[in-house]
Design a protein around this ligand. Structure first.
Ligand SMILES: NC(=O)c1ccc[n+]([C@@H]2O[C@H](COP(=O)([O-])OP(=O)(O)OC[C@H]3O[C@@H](n4cnc5c(N)ncnc54)[C@H](O)[C@@H]3O)[C@@H](O)[C@H]2O)c1
Ligand SMILES: O=c1ccn([C@@H]2O[C@H](COP(=O)(O)OP(=O)(O)O[C@H]3O[C@H](CO)[C@H](O)[C@H](O)[C@H]3O)[C@@H](O)[C@H]2O)c(=O)[nH]1
Length: 335
C-alpha cells in the first residue's frame, strides 16, 4: 500500500490521458495507488500510453459518452488535459480549436454538473498571457492571448470561474509554462504527432531522425537574440496536479497558478544542453521568427508554492534533456 502525503479522491477521470502530460500524470496517480480512468479520442494520443487503468475511447464533445463514463466509474474528480495544443495550427484552423477545446470543455462541465462531480483540475497555459508587460509573469499579469489556442484556454478559465461562482464546483487552473523531459524510467515519453516542440526536435535532429532544427528568430530582444522559455519537467507537472487535487479534496478554494521553475532558457541554451547531454552536435539552420512567439516567457512560481507547497525539483535543463533522450534513441532505433 502506498503511504501518500496526498489526500486524493479515489475515482479520478483523466481526460486526454493518452497524451504526453496526461499519461505522465496517470503514472503518478498509479504510484499513489490510484487506478485512473482515461477518456481520450486518440486524435493526438497513443493507446499504448494508457498503462495504469481503463481507457474509454470517446470524444469529449459526445455528451452521452461522457455521462456514461462518469456514471459507470463513479467518478469523484476530473483532471482535464484533453485539448488541441499547437499554437501554429490554431492560427490556421481557429474553428477547429474553438470547436474542440471549448466544445469539449462545455460538454464536460455540463456533464459534471449533471452527475454532481464538483472538483476539476484544468490544463491552462502561459499562452493565456500573450506578450507580457513584465517578467517574471505573475498570476496578476494581464491575460491577453495572441492566438486562438491561448484564447480557448482563457475562455475555459472564465467558464470555470463563472460555474464556480454559481455552483459548488471548485477548480484548479494550472497555467503550465513549457512542459519538458519524460518519465525517468522511459516507460512513456513525449510523442506529439507532428512534433513541433523544441527539445524533441533538437534531439531528433541530433540523432538524425529529423531534418536540421530550424532556429526560429535570432533577433529577439534577449541576451543571445533567441526566445526564452521556462521549461518545467513533466514529472514536476504531474506532482503539481497531485497537490492541486489534494488541495481541492481537502476543501481548498478554487485557484489559478503558474507552474514553472522561475528560470528561463534560450533556444541556443537548449541546443547547447542537447549537444552536451547527447554528445552529438545538433544540426540547425537559422529561420525567420515563428508567428505568434513572444520573446520571453518566464513564470513567477511563488503562488503555487504558497497555496500548494509546489516547487519544481527537476530544474536542471540537462536533466530534462537527459530524461527525454532515451525515448528518442529508442525511436531512432525503431525507424
Ligand atoms: N505541452 C506543453 O508544453 C503544454 C504547455 C501548457 C499547456 N499544455 C496543455 O496541457 C494539455 C496536455 O498537453 P500535451 O502536450 O500532453 O498534449 P497531447 O496532444 O499530447 O495530449 C492531449 C490529449 O487530448 C486528447 N484529446 C484532444 N481533444 C480531445 C477530445 N475532444 N476528446 C477526447 N480527447 C481529446 C488527444 O487525443 C491527446 O491524447 C493540453 O490541454 C495543453 O493545452 C501543454
Ligand atoms: O523547431 C523549432 C521549435 C521551436 N523553436 C523555438 O523554441 C521555443 C519553444 O517552442 P515550443 O514549440 O517548444 O513551445 P512554445 O513556447 O511554443 O509553447 C507554447 O505551446 C505549448 C503547447 O504546445 C504550450 O501551451 C505553451 O504554454 C506555449 O507557450 C520557441 O521560442 C520557438 O520559437 C525553434 O526555434 N525551433
Amino acid at each position: 500500500m502506498t503511504l501518500s502525503q496526498h489526500h486524493l479522491p479515489k475515482r479520478i477521470l483523466v481526460t486526454g490521458g493518452a497524451g504526453y502530460i496526461g499519461s505522465h500524470f496517470c503514472k503518478a496517480l498509479a504510484q499513489e495507488g490510484i487506478e485512473p480512468v482515461v477518456i481520450d479520442n486518440l486524435s493526438r494520443g497513443h493507446k499504448d500510453a494508457v498503462k495504469w487503468g481503463p481507457l474509454e475511447v470517446a470524444d469529449l464533445r459526445d455528451r452521452e459518452a461522457v455521462m456514461r463514463v462518469l456514471t459507470r466509474h463513479e467518478i469523484e474528480a476530473v483532471v482535464h488535459f484533453a485539448a488541441l495544443a499547437y499554437v501554429g495550427e490554431s492560427m490556421v484552423r481557429p474553428q477547429l480549436y474553438y470547436d474542440n477545446n471549448l466544445g469539449g470543455m462545455s460538454v464536460l462541465m455540463s456533464a459534471l454538473a449533471a452527475t454532481g462531480v464538483n472538483k476539476i483540475v484544468f490544463s491552462s497555459t502561459c499562452a493565456t498571457y500573450g506578450i507580457p508587460d513584465h517578467l517574471p509573469i505573475t498570476e496578476e499579469t494581464p491575460q491577453n492571448p495572441i492566438n486562438p489556442y491561448g484564447r480557448t484556454k482563457l475562455v475555459s478559465e472564465w467558464m470555470l470561474r463563472d460555474a464556480a461562482a454559481a455552483s459548488d464546483l471548485r477548480y484548479a487552473a494550472l497555467r503550465y509554462f513549457n512542459a519538458a523531459g519524460a518519465d525517468s524510467e522511459a516507460e512513456i515519453g513525449e510523442r506529439h504527432l507532428p512534433e513541433t516542440h523544441l527539445i524533441p526536435l533538437a534531439l531528433m535532429a541530433a540523432f538524425g531522425s529529423a531534418p536540421p532544427l530550424k532556429l526560429f528568430g535570432t533577433d529577439y530582444d534577449t541576451p543571445d537574440g533567441t526566445c526564452i522559455r521556462d521549461y518545467i519537467h513533466v514529472e514536476d507537472l504531474a506532482r503539481a496536479h497531485l497537490l492541486a487535487l489534494s488541495h481541492l479534496e481537502s476543501g481548498g478554494d478554487s485557484l489559478a497558478v503558474n507552474l514553472g521553475t522561475g528560470t528561463g532558457a534560450s533556444v541556443r541554451e537548449v541546443i547547447d544542453a542537447v549537444t552536451a547531454v547527447s554528445g552529438r552536435s545538433v544540426p540547425y539552420e537559422l529561420a525567420p521568427r515563428r508567428e505568434g512567439d513572444p520573446a520571453a516567457l518566464v513564470a513567477d512560481p511563488t503562488r503555487a508554492f504558497e497555496i500548494l507547497g509546489f516547487r519544481a525539483r527537476l530544474r536542471d535543463l540537462n536533466r530534462m534533456v537527459e530524461d527525454a533522450m532515451p525515448w528518442f534513441q529508442v525511436e531512432t532505433e525503431r525507424v
